[in-house]
Structure formats: C-alpha cells, structure tokens
Design a protein around this ligand. Structure first.
Ligand code: GAR
Length: 221
C-alpha cells in the first residue's frame, strides 16, 4: 500500500467536519491521516476536541500577527515542518492571500454548505431560502484565491422543505457534509482526481461509486 497522505485540517469553530475526517481516517484502508489540526481561534471547540483525541494541534491566533502575510508565513512553516501533503479547510473562516493559495494549488480543499457556484460567502442557508431553491447541498472544491471558488471535486444534495428555517436546512446540509467530505478527501488522497483548468476530471467508474454514495445516499424527505 502506498503511504498515507499527511493532512492538516484548518478550523475556526465547532469542527464537526474535521471530526468526520478524523473518524473516517481511523479506517485502516483510508488513504490519508489527519496529522495536524490548526485553528486561528485558540478557543475553537474543534481544537479542544482534536487535542483530546491525541492529535497534534496548534492555535495560530491571527490577531497576534501584524499582517495576513506574517500569519501565513508561520502557517507555512508549521505545514512544512509537519511534512503536510494536503490541507483541508473545515469551517476555516479566514481568507488566504493569493500567494499562499497558489503555493497549495490543487493540494488545498474546502467544504462549503451550498451547491456551488450558488450562494457563496456567509448566510448561505438564508440565501438559499430567500432564492426559493428546492434542492440545496454542499460542495468540496479545490481552493482558489476567490472566496468559495475553485474546481469542484464532489457535491451532495438535500431537499429544501417548505417548513425549513436556516437552522433546519443547515442541519440537513451538515449531515450531508459529514458524508461528503471524507469521501472527497479520499479521492484526492488517492490521486483519483485530475484538475483541468476549472474542471476536475474523475474516471467514470470511480465517480459512479462516489456519486452513488453521495446522491442516492442522501436522506429522503
Ligand atoms: C460548515 O457548514 C462548512 O461548510 C462551513 O462552515 C461550517 C463549519 O462547521 N464553511 C463555510 O461556510 C466556508 N465558506 P464545522 O466547524 O462544524 O465543520
């Protein structure tokens, strides 16, 4: 078996997606290990959870750095020292500079709680409800300098109900995120994705299996 990819997960808060990645990575045949969890918020609950699991954690309080470049310089040193192969953003609420993003081009992924390119940015579920969409979901994509933008690796869909509030929709999407993110990271870690401009190509047989788990596996009404 080829060596597992070393992944750093970056969080800013609760960290439930990070938790889903950590739990998936316990499987012996999972192609990645969560080597490091970093938060820009020292009090992030996700950081405390990861520490309690015995995972190497680090708080890099962005407020203590005089500029975005200094913060990212420190972040890069830590990633280098830990020999990180892939970075997974999981509710990491800080924009990165274009130079940091370019350094991690096609090696840094993010999850967003909408079917991108719809509803980028904040208040995602409010945006979806205001637009009246009948299906929402989540997207895992490679990170590019623009917020919530970049080649799409995978998506999962959930229904939007007439009775939904932003909170109930968020909870349904979050459950889909927890299923999608570990599978999307596994595709990247197994080198089963090829980035071609703004499009990610995945072999049909690989994608069929992935998609079956995502879309057909979505919760029913
Ligand atoms: C998740 O819903 C994630 O998709 C979203 O923040 C939440 C973090 O929850 N990320 C974004 O909106 C990125 N633009 P978590 O800390 O429990 O994983």
């Amino acid at each position: 078996m080829t060596a597992k990819k070393r992944v750093a997960v970056l969080v800013s808060g609760r960290g439930s997606n990070m938790q889903a990645l950590v739990e998936a990575a316990h499987a012996p045949d999972y192609p990645a290990e969560i080597a490091l969890v970093i938060s820009n918020r020292p009090d992030a609950p996700g950081l405390a959870w990861a520490k309690a699991q015995g995972i190497l954690t680090l708080a890099l309080d962005h407020k203590r750095y005089e500029s975005r470049e200094h913060f990212e310089g420190q972040l890069q040193s830590v990633l280098d020292l830990s020999k990180i192969d892939l970075v997974a953003l999981a509710g990491f609420m800080r924009l990165m500079t274009a130079s940091f993003v370019d350094r991690w081009r096609d090696r840094m992924i993010n999850i967003h709680p909408s079917l991108l390119p719809a509803f980028k940015g904040l208040r995602t579920h409010e945006q979806a409800l205001e637009a009246g969409v009948k299906i929402s979901g989540c997207t895992v994509h490679f990170v590019r300098p623009e917020m919530d933008d970049g080649p799409i690796i995978g998506q999962a869909a959930v229904p939007v109900l007439a009775s939904d509030t932003p909170e109930t929709l968020a909870a349904r999407v979050l459950a889909a995120e927890h299923r999608l993110y570990p599978r999307a990271l596994a595709l990247v870690a197994r080198d089963q994705v090829q980035v071609d401009g703004s499009v990610v190509h995945i072999q049909d047989a690989v994608y069929a299996q992935f998609n079956q788990q995502q879309v057909l596996g979505s919760p029913s009404l």
